[in-house]
Design a protein around this ligand. Structure first.
Ligand SMILES: [Zn+2]
Length: 122
């Protein structure tokens, strides 16, 4: 079971990782602007969606995949389901989250999934 502190720590890592990817693509200045506009929510939703789509379009497949996973993990933190396996509902091993903070499957389910289709980075 994850404590509030664990979740805060993982959230921090997820946000940093996202910022890192955005910096690689947009350059640091734009990434920070984009990132903080998102965090503070001071751009109208529709404009932000449009901007987000443009940003996502400039990412490589793997970067985009990672951002998607990070967004999903952040959504799960908001929802209170972070750290639970999306497939079997068991707690994801904390060591696994330390290695991949955006993992949404426990290691057993991820192994099963890999047999069906290989998932990069999981
Ligand atoms: Zn599972």
């Amino acid at each position: 079971m994850l404590t509030k502190e664990d979740i805060e720590r993982f959230k921090d890592r997820l946000l940093k990782e996202k910022l890192q990817i955005l910096s690689d693509v947009l350059g640091e200045e734009l990434a920070l602007k984009y990132f903080f506009s998102q965090v503070e929510g001071d751009i109208a939703d529709r404009a932000q969606d449009l901007y987000e789509n443009q940003v996502l379009a400039s990412l490589s497949g793997l970067q985009r995949e990672t951002i998607d996973k990070i967004n999903e993990a952040l959504r799960r933190i908001e929802e209170g389901t972070y750290g639970k396996c999306a497939s079997c509902g068991a707690d994801i091993e904390i060591e696994r989250l330390e290695a991949i903070p955006y993992a949404i499957l426990c290691s057993a389910c991820s192994k099963k999934e890999e047999k069906i289709k290989p998932v990069k980075g999981l």
